[in-house]
Design a protein around this ligand. Structure first.
Ligand SMILES: NC(=O)CCC(=O)C(=O)O
Length: 264
């Protein structure tokens, strides 16, 4: 299946959900000028990393964000891997949660970041998730993870063993480690023989400068499209999930695995 993807690589206003929604709406309309099947947003795009003010700015039950994305998805009949937001749960915890919404405007998946990133103090303010990020869009099996999660190849493999062909990654990845970002994403694509569609932010907040380089990688590890490190833009690329089957049939790594030897 051919899937036209559009990644919104944007700067994020620190702790200002209203300003961020206005910007996302603008870029969303821009993206919809061309045929698009899936729109992807970055990590924590409503609040940025303003973790000290989550009491005030986290989205209760993620209801406001789901309503916002759902309206856009329905208006344009497009699937949305809606980045992640700080979601305040019923018991008062806050999770870093990806929201996936289909063309009908239905919430098809919530995935909460499983690996919290201590270098950005996530473990002090956020609760980790314990569920996987598998979902379907237009009948195709996909997986979604959040930023630091890509450093855990066993977590990505756990998803791919369920049959996913496309890995969506949403991120706020700092510039000083952007070489890790590229290398890790290319490795995840090659070792899992899957498409990787990864949306990062640009700009800076009081603590970090972010590295952009949103990227689409094919299941052979070739870069299909890549943004630079500073520009706000819509990065577009077409993926063809039948390529995944071709490569998996030709080089049979899933059949050749020896899980009985692995000690993890
Ligand atoms: N927001 C994040 O999870 C950042 C992860 C990161 O920077 C890394 O190096 O890993």
């Amino acid at each position: 299946m051919k899937v036209n993807t559009a990644l919104l690589q944007i700067d994020i206003a620190f702790g200002d959900p209203k300003a961020n929604r206005t910007k996302v709406e603008r870029y969303f309309h821009e993206a919809m000028k061309q045929k698009t099947d899936v729109v992807v947003l970055p990590e924590l795009w409503t609040t940025g990393y303003d973790l000290g003010r989550l009491d005030e700015i986290a989205d209760r039950g993620a209801e406001e964000t789901v309503g916002f994305i759902s309206a856009l998805a329905k208006e344009y009949s497009v699937n949305v891997v809606g980045g992640s937001v700080a979601k305040q749960t019923a018991n008062g915890d806050v999770t870093n949660t990806m929201l996936v919404i289909n063309r009908e405007g239905e919430l098809v998946k919530e995935y909460s970041k499983a690996h919290l990133f201590r270098l950005m103090s996530e473990e002090k303010f956020l609760k980790e998730g314990n569920e996987d990020g598998n979902f379907e869009l237009d009948g195709e099996p996909c997986a979604g993870v959040i930023c630091y999660d890509i450093r855990f190849p066993e977590w990505i493999r756990t998803h791919m063993l369920q049959g996913s062909k496309t890995l969506y990654v949403v991120a706020e990845w700092p510039k000083p480690r952007v070489d890790h970002w590229r290398a890790l994403l290319i490795s995840r694509a090659i070792e899992n023989q899957c498409y990787v569609v990864a949306c990062n932010r640009v700009g800076s907040d009081p603590n970090n400068e972010f590295g952009g380089h949103s990227i689409i990688i094919d299941p052979w590890g070739k870069v299909v499209a890549e943004a630079d490190d500073r520009q706000e833009l819509v990065l577009r690329g077409e993926i063809d999930t039948s390529e995944v089957d071709t490569i998996r049939d030709r080089m049979t790594i899933y059949e050749d695995r020896r899980p009985e030897l692995y000690k993890i």
